[in-house]
Design a binder for this molecule. Structure first.
Ligand SMILES: [Zn+2]
Length: 436
């Protein structure tokens, strides 16, 4: 008796287009076992027919700080003077000062549930809020894993190293709740957490918060160990001009130059933001095998700036998207604003596009497979061996009326909201429905 069951939607995203009549086989472990024309599956094998639905790979938020969901709607008043990333950071630190374990878990669960409803089936949680109080208890690591379990989302917990408050300076105030005391203790905690995962939906990754938060020696050591374990190392890079000025003042080099030199390349590195990275440095980083995670809605909300991206297809598959501060959780919006930012900057259209010239397909790939690559997980594509994580599109959604199979992707990316997402599957299990 086969334990593979089949899902057949009206349309399925295969490669770079929606295709009718595809049967997706899902095995008992929650992985995709087959992607075949429906006619090739024996007639007596039962199918789950998803009528009026299209199947997309589940979207991947490759960069999130779930607890920051608490700041939504706050810190948006500016009576005295202009705000900035740094005034926002002050508010975020104040939040950190008042959160306890149960609240971190509650906020994270809410953020993850909201992600599922937006078609996000996998989150790379860049987790640096480790300790419940000033002591090094690491208790909040488990809180975030418990939240992911409760919500039913797939999580790559990016356990984050954070040792200095600014380059060469001690941690201060709320930052003490982020503290790592050194690479050896960091990997000890990593090993301990690794034993506690639900392996069907949870994995552990690694991050160094930024070049503000670690010495070059520690960065080099953690990267070497990450490579040994075949993990991507995530790190915030050049989100703010001040960060570049500070690195230049201390080291005589920008953060991206320091990364490329310290790590002798960019293999196994996922750089978050690169908002102010010089185009030449960005091309070098991507060319050396680096991944870049962009967070357009957060970068807009924080007033970070607009990155100057090389026009695709020069960096195929190396970009991905994250919901970051979770001020707004919508991958459809992240996708369109990734391209819109570049359109506004260049006064051109179709800046990001695949080799066939298709912008929507490129953006969908960035929001799915790109995230899988940044996290080093088999997610983000409907292919045998990948996790059976899907976003289900409601073809009856008003925003999609008049679209046809070959215009559906662009209608979705440029014209629809998350009410066009009917729900999601994670590991072959139906997890969220927007009809509830
Ligand atoms: Zn971040």
């Amino acid at each position: 008796v086969s334990t593979v069951r089949y899902l057949v939607a009206d349309l399925t995203w295969v490669g770079d287009r929606f295709t009718p009549g595809i049967a997706v086989g899902v095995d008992a472990a929650g992985r995709i076992a087959a992607v075949v024309p429906d006619g090739e599956v024996a007639a007596e094998v039962p199918r789950e027919r998803l009528r009026g639905r299209a199947l997309l790979p589940g979207m991947v938020s490759a960069h999130s700080h779930a607890f920051q969901r608490a700041l939504r709607g706050r810190g948006e008043q500016f009576p005295a003077t202009l705000g900035s990333f740094w005034t926002w950071r002050g508010e975020m630190y104040a939040l950190v000062g008042r959160l306890d374990g149960p609240e971190v878990e509650r906020l994270s669960t809410a953020a993850f549930r909201e992600m599922l409803r937006a078609g996000i089936t996998c989150v790379g949680e860049f987790h640096y809020l480790h300790h419940e109080a000033d002591r090094l208890d690491w208790s909040l690591d488990e809180r975030v894993l418990a939240a992911a379990r409760a919500a039913g989302i797939r999580i790559a917990l990016l356990e984050t190293y954070y040792r200095t408050g600014a380059i060469g300076e001690a941690l201060q105030g709320a930052q003490r709740r982020f503290e790592s005391i050194g690479p050896a203790a960091f990997w000890q905690q990593w090993e301990r957490l690794d034993q506690e995962l639900d392996t069907g939906t949870q994995s552990l990754g690694v991050a160094v918060h930024s070049l503000r938060a670690a010495s070059l020696e520690d960065l080099r050591e953690i990267h070497a160990e990450s490579r040994r374990r075949q993990l991507q190392l995530h790190i915030h890079v050049e989100e703010q001009r001040r960060e570049i000025d500070e690195a230049n003042a201390v080291y005589g080099h920008s953060p991206i130059e320091l990364l490329l030199e310290t790590l002798r390349g960019a293999e196994g590195v996922a750089a978050i933001h690169c908002t102010h990275t010089k185009p030449r440095d960005l091309a070098r980083f991507l060319g050396a095998g680096g991944n870049v995670v962009l967070c357009p809605l957060t970068e807009a909300n924080l007033g970070d700036g607009l990155p100057e991206l090389p026009s695709a297809p020069g960096h195929d598959g190396r970009l991905s998207l994250g919901t970051d501060s979770n001020t707004r959780i919508s991958m459809l919006e992240e996708m369109r604003w990734l391209e819109y930012g570049q359109r506004l900057r260049r006064e051109s259209r179709g800046v990001l596009r695949n080799p066939g010239g298709d912008t929507a397909a490129y953006l969908l790939d960035t929001a799915t497979a790109g995230g899988g690559r940044a996290l080093g997980l088999p997610v983000g594509a409907i292919l045998p061996g990948y996790w059976a994580d899907f976003a289900v599109v409601d073809l009856g959604a008003p925003a999609l009326a008049e679209s046809e199979p070959d215009t559906l992707a662009a209608a979705l990316v440029f014209g629809a909201g998350d009410d066009a997402i009917a729900g999601t599957y994670v590991g072959g299990i139906w997890r969220a429905s927007n009809d509830d």
